[in-house]
Design a protein around this ligand. Structure first.
Ligand SMILES: [Fe+2]
Ligand SMILES: [Fe+2]
Length: 181
């Protein structure tokens, strides 16, 4: 694989791996603050980032060796509303800057597996930001997120609150494969 796309995929792998950890830590804060549905959303989104890290790692399956990995990753523990805003900021960085740039490079270099992995990721990240926005609005009003169903597409990391959706709008996986949180 072309070196620039390799570097970008490794950086994205690092970013997704760290986002997974960060969201599990913030899930714990939400639980302690009495927002169990926000806790579920953070845990679901944490696993969505694992899906992305997996996609990137597998796209790099033929690249062996040790590499320094530099990734943009937010730090800090605030209250749940603040953590949700940090989550939104991170997702929007990936949607607005990181993935579009990486995807353009991968396309230019004809790296199809990298393009596919990152297109799944960027589609899901946009939805993550929207779900966090909804959660933040509720928490700022003193309420928990109103979501009975929190469902994850295990193929692309898409998240929905709607149990009646039949198919993933990003990767076309049937919703019977979705994982409930
Ligand atoms: Fe995300
Ligand atoms: Fe999907």
């Amino acid at each position: 694989m072309n070196h620039m796309t390799q570097d970008n995929l490794r950086s994205a792998f690092g970013g997704e791996s760290q986002a997974h950890m960060r969201y599990t830590i913030w899930a714990d804060v939400a639980r302690k603050e009495g927002f169990p549905n926000v806790e579920r959303l953070f845990n679901c989104t944490a696993d969505a980032e694992s899906v992305h890290a997996n996609l990137h790692f597998k796209a790099l399956k033929d690249v062996h060796g040790d590499f320094p990995v530099v990734s943009m990753a937010g730090f800090g523990i605030g209250n749940t509303a603040e953590n949700l805003q940090k989550g939104i900021d991170g997702e929007m960085f990936e949607v607005g800057q990181m993935y579009p740039a990486y995807i353009e490079v991968a396309k230019m270099q004809g790296e199809e597996s990298a393009v596919k992995a990152m297109e799944y990721a960027v589609g899901a990240e946009k939805v993550h930001a929207e779900r966090y926005e909804e959660a933040k609005k509720a928490v700022e009003a003193g309420n928990d997120l109103d979501a009975e169903n929190i469902l994850l597409c295990p193929v692309c990391g898409y998240i929905t609150f709607d149990a009646d959706e039949e198919i993933c709008p990003i990767c076309n996986t049937k919703s019977k494969a979705f994982v409930a949180y």
